[in-house]
Design a protein around this ligand. Structure first.
Ligand code: ADP
Length: 569
């Protein structure tokens, strides 16, 4: 019972914002976009007890969801003890069935509520509605009528839709008539309240075991991106598993929860995923270091209020390390790395993709500053000419992404990759959306040598250790390196990094198959002969890429460096 009394008081600003918007739009219907059950409890408590809801004191509050049916919220029995409401309203104790009999069908609820809304001071909250809601046509008709009804205005009655995915349920006419508010997942102060409350409840300390420093700030950071219900769940899980708030455990649970949404995946920056994994490409490495990493970390950049780069596009033919560069960047700037799973965006239902994208953007923003990695960003950025519903869907998601990219207040750093920048829409490429467009082409002689060494577990030319395991190699490393440089490098012109890696793997396999003592030159020669790279199409690809470099790279010095590097190829 004690747990109930101290539940944190969450911030009511989103409710007030919704009410302001409904007055400003002069619409009697409003929509709160959220899937957080805690927010539903909060709005119930708001109408029952909050001093901020004074003007709804005399209103009757009705709540409908397809399972529990329609119910009346009993404000009186709870008025004396505000905290009880927050706890109990979820279990249905406050529901008094109007007539003793459940009104479970949406159509029945709409009929009953129509006269109540028109003749009494009434608030109706509808939640748990799905995209393919039964009775959808009647619902839309009712919402449209209520939104502008003079009778509702007279009685100051309002209808509140609650849930995520509502944009898929509503048609555009209805949407135009109602006031919509996106509800924040959680503010830092709310996470803080929750952490303090649970710590007290479990009787655990918020001091780091070793350093004795307060860990609240770190915990808040780890919870960002989760709604309040999920945040509570991961904190409780951590306590259940280890009797404390264990940061690593919380990150794992959070990663699982975010992954469940199907569109975002968190990859915490790991040590050892840095630039060391990339062979060659010194010009690009230097550029990224100077323009992006230094800009994030160096005090001088802060002093001169240089804005952080917020959009980076890596482009170039597949298999040359665009993803490696993205991960290395994330590690170097120590920010969470979140992958937007573009392949999962397009859903089964019309409107679903837009909703998924919307919630992905909200979550990503909340976890920011973070790097949002969008592989094959051209999937969105492509011009869509079709006029069918699928086309409209794609266009909607595309414009959401464009809007996000162009958003002045965006905190997320978007890192996109593409093999085909030509397919990106003009609006995507326009300056301002991406601060840097960085070409990653086929490796030159030097880079190929470095890539081969790296994948053979040999130190690079500067003596840095390779992160890859080393197979048994001939005793004279010097001679072997000479062989790679003189025999393999010239014969792998226009190979991609991924193909060079494959070449090494095949050579190792050849050695293993013949049960040799070490990988020898003959294993490489045999491996080379098994490769088929069509020179005509490869050359075409390279010519195309060269054109793209000139067209898209807007930093002159960088461009000169790159072209110098490419001359070797
Ligand atoms: P992209 O994103 O450009 O398609 P990836 O970064 O996914 O290419 O590269 C695929 C794989 O090829 C990498 O995981 C790595 O093993 C290898 N590879 C590609 N480029 C390099 C490179 N420059 N150095 C080392 N390995 C590379």
């Amino acid at each position: 019972m004690q747990t109930i009394l101290h539940r944190p008081a969450y911030d009511n600003e989103w409710i007030l914002q919704g009410l302001r918007k409904h007055r400003a739009n002069y619409s009697m219907v409003m929509c709160f976009e959220t899937s957080d059950p805690v927010r539903l409890e909060q709005i119930k408590a708001f109408f029952c007890t909050s001093t901020l809801s004074e003007e709804y004191r005399e209103h009757s509050i009705y709540i409908y969801d397809p399972w529990n049916g329609l119910g009346l919220l009993d404000k009186h029995s709870n008025l004396l003890n505000p905290s009880v409401i927050a706890q109990e309203s979820g279990v249905g104790k406050q529901f008094q069935r109007d007539t003793g009999e459940r009104i479970q069908e949406l159509a029945g609820c709409l009929n009953v509520m129509d006269s109540k809304l028109r003749n009494n001071k009434t608030v109706l909250i509808l939640h748990g509605l799905s995209q393919d809601q039964e009775g959808k046509t009647r619902l839309l008709a009712a919402l449209k009528a209520w939104a502008i009804s003079g009778e509702l205005i007279q009685y100051h009655s309002i209808v509140i839709l609650f849930g995520s995915g509502l944009s898929g349920l509503l048609d555009s006419e209805t949407k135009d008539l109602i006031a919509t508010v996106e509800v924040k997942l959680g503010a830092d102060s709310e996470y803080e309240g929750l952490i303090a409350y649970l710590a007290k409840l479990f009787g655990i300390s918020l001091k780091d075991e070793k350093t004795r420093e307060d860990i609240t700030g770190i915990l808040i950071q780890a919870l960002r991106g989760l709604n309040l219900h999920q945040a509570e769940a991961v904190l409780r899980e951590s306590y259940a598993l280890s009797a404390r708030f264990d940061l690593e455990q919380i990150k794992v649970s959070k990663g699982d929860l975010i992954k469940k949404t199907g569109i975002l995946e968190i990859k915490e920056p790991k040590e050892g995923k840095g630039f060391k994994r990339i062979g060659g490409y010194q010009v690009v490495k230097d550029f990224i270091q100077r323009k992006i990493i230094d800009a994030m970390h160096k005090e001088s950049f802060k002093r001169f209020t240089v804005p952080l780069p917020r959009g980076i596009l890596l482009f170039g033919p597949p298999g040359n390390g665009k993803t490696l560069f993205a991960e290395a960047l994330a590690e170097a700037i120590k920010l969470p790395f979140i992958r937007l799973k573009t392949e999962n965006i397009y859903g089964r239902f019309l409107g679903e993709s837009g909703q998924k994208m919307g919630s992905a953007i909200r979550t990503a923003e909340q976890m920011s500053p973070a790097i949002i990695f969008i592989d094959e960003i051209d999937r969105f950025g492509r011009r869509v000419a079709t006029s069918d519903s699928g086309g409209e869907e794609t266009r909607r998601v595309f414009s959401q992404l464009l809007e996000w990219l162009g958003d002045e207040d965006r905190k997320a750093i978007i890192l996109g990759t593409t093999n085909r920048p030509k397919d990106l829409d003009e609006a995507f490429i326009r300056t301002g959306r991406f601060d840097y467009k960085i070409p990653i082409g086929y490796p030159d002689d030097e880079a190929r040598f470095e890539i081969l060494r790296l994948h053979l577990g040999l130190p690079d030319s500067e003596g840095n250790r390779s992160p890859k395991p080393q197979p048994p190699l001939p005793p004279s490393k010097q001679e072997f390196l000479f062989f790679l440089q003189k025999e393999i490098v010239p014969r792998t012109t226009n190979y991609s990094g991924a193909e060079l890696e494959q070449l090494v793997t095949r050579a190792k396999r050849n050695a293993a198959e013949r049960e040799a003592r070490v990988v020898e030159e003959e294993d490489f020669i045999k491996s080379l002969s098994s490769f088929r790279i069509d020179p005509v199409s490869r050359n075409k690809q390279i010519k195309e890429f060269e054109k793209q470099i000139i067209e898209y790279t807007d930093d002159e010095t960088f461009l000169k460096g790159l072209i110098g590097e490419m001359k070797d190829v």
